[in-house]
Design a protein around this ligand. Structure first.
Ligand code: PLP
Length: 292
């Protein structure tokens, strides 16, 4: 099964569009067909925003939460607000074209365009073949400083830390640094001693019957998977809390996970070379709930 690419001719956010207009604004193109000019802000500067959704058996998880976050990211970058009906139609078209069974990732992208005209928009779908062994086996992480304090989101909003921008070179560099240090993934920390998030996932800690995630006002992305899991865990009698998390708490937790839309809940087995307990039962339950 090849990957799918859907070009989107953006419709202004406040324009109500009929189904015919929505479908005329979406065009499938071949996977290897060029869709950007060399002058597009995405290619030149990584200037744009994106979302990645997980899909399973023809359904995408958290569509509304992802569209809300896409709108928030676009707002932070002064990009035009996306038309949600149009992006819903794009996701539906991709789901229709995917195999009806199996997992896939769906990616939505908006760039600032070429400077002549509006934003450039497209969506892709990638079927996932094989498993995610790390959901069972876990990952080792190292902590890496982000080089700024925990209040950076409020102090320096132009750093766009809570937006999901296309500029992921730093996040990818952190993953390579983690690998150089013998780990699988990284946890970003602030210069004033707090754990923030991983380069492509949110942190979740279990301390007894309490599940903790770092508070989002301090310059991290608001995770859609974490929000889903909080709803599930609260229903199961856990107390779920947003607060600042000290770095030292990671190694003292009863279980620690990296959670994200496609890889889902991945248990952490080691932090900076120190083994930490894992909770296999709860990990399986969380992933089953996300895939249900
Ligand atoms: N934090 C960062 C920096 C991310 O890139 C991601 C997802 O890609 C997440 C957290 C997790 O977000 P979600 O659960 O919505 O996938």
């Amino acid at each position: 099964m090849t990957r799918l690419v859907l070009l989107i001719d953006p419709i202004p956010e406040d324009r109500a569009a009929t189904d015919a207009v929505l479908s005329a604004s979406l065009t499938f193109v071949a996977e290897n067909e060029p869709i950007l000019t060399a002058f597009d802000a995405a290619a030149a500067r990584g200037d744009g925003v994106f979302e990645t959704l997980g899909a399973n058996d023809g359904r995408a998880r958290g569509i509304e939460a992802h569209l809300a976050r896409l709108t928030g990211s676009a707002h932070k970058l002064d990009l035009p607000a996306p038309n949600h009906d149009q992006w819903r139609a794009a996701i539906a078209a991709l789901l229709d074209a995917l195999p009806s069974v199996g997992q896939a990732s769906i990616r939505l992208t908006i760039t600032r365009g070429t400077g002549q005209g509006g934003p450039t928009c497209w969506a892709t779908a990638t079927p996932i073949t094989g498993d995610f062994p790390e959901r069972e086996n876990g990952v080792k992480v190292v902590t890496l400083s982000r080089g700024y304090a925990n209040d950076v989101g409020e102090a320096s909003p132009w750093l766009l830390v809570g937006a999901k921008t296309l500029s992921y070179a730093i996040n990818m560099a952190a993953l390579r640094e983690a690998q150089r240090r013998g780990a699988d993934d990284a946890v970003f920390t602030s210069t004033d001693g707090f754990a923030l998030e991983a380069p492509t996932s949110t942190l979740l800690l279990r301390q007894g019957n309490t599940i903790v995630t770092p508070v989002i006002q301090h310059g991290i992305l608001a995770g859609t998977t974490q929000a889903d899991l909080f709803a599930h865990l609260e229903g199961d009698g856990f107390e779920c809390v947003y607060r600042k998390v000290e770095i030292a708490e990671l190694q003292r937790s009863d279980a620690l996970w990296l959670v994200s839309s496609v890889r889902l809940a991945v248990p952490v087995t080691e932090v900076d070379g120190t083994e930490i307990p894992t909770d296999r039962g709860l990990t399986r339950q969380l992933n089953a709930a996300l895939l249900a």
